[in-house]
Design a protein around this ligand. Sequence first.
Ligand SMILES: Cc1cc2nc3c(=O)[nH]c(=O)nc-3n(C[C@H](O)[C@H](O)[C@H](O)COP(=O)(O)O)c2cc1C
Length: 169
Amino acid sequence: MADGGLKTAEIVPDAANARVFRDALGRFATGVTVVTIQGPDGPMGFTANSFSSLSLDPALVLWSPAKASQRYPFFAAASHYAIHVLGQHQSDLPARFSRGGSGFDGLDWHRNSEGVPVLPGALARFDCAQHATHDGGDHLIIVGQVLRLALEEGEPLVFAKGRFGSFTG
Ligand SMILES: Cc1cc2nc3c(=O)[nH]c(=O)nc-3n(C[C@H](O)[C@H](O)[C@H](O)COP(=O)(O)O)c2cc1C
């Protein structure tokens, strides 16, 4: 057996060390998205870094809302939604669309062909129809069929270790 010298502690994720599990997951740097839907009382948004590409043909993407989220029922049920990949210039948006945020108040927005509220300025916007959902423990995996996309120039907003930053590579 190879002797690697100093051993790194290995941890089994459970309720007693949930913080460590979260910290480990947070080391995976991601972009930041805002997912939008038309809710029962108007536009709703949800800040999510669980967005991922899934399939090129057919064009599919996914994201995962927490089942415990107050807004979960609306996002799980939405037939159409838009996923906005945020740029550096949109660093005010994640807080708006997280718990207690001001949402669409005072923001410029319009509706796409399916009536979904969309925000200008995203580096990429994916207009989706719900394709499938899968159980994901305390989250729901929502797979979207990409109906159309829109691109704008800019630098991505990056999220890692609980902090927002920029890509300097
Ligand atoms: C950068 C960032 C990424 C997030 N990503 C997710 C996510 O992928 N899934 C999720 O359920 N919540 C995510 N959240 C938290 C949600 O935006 C939201 O605050 C939380 O689900 C509580 O929502 P509620 O007010 O509807 O209960 C993220 C928050 C931040 C700031």
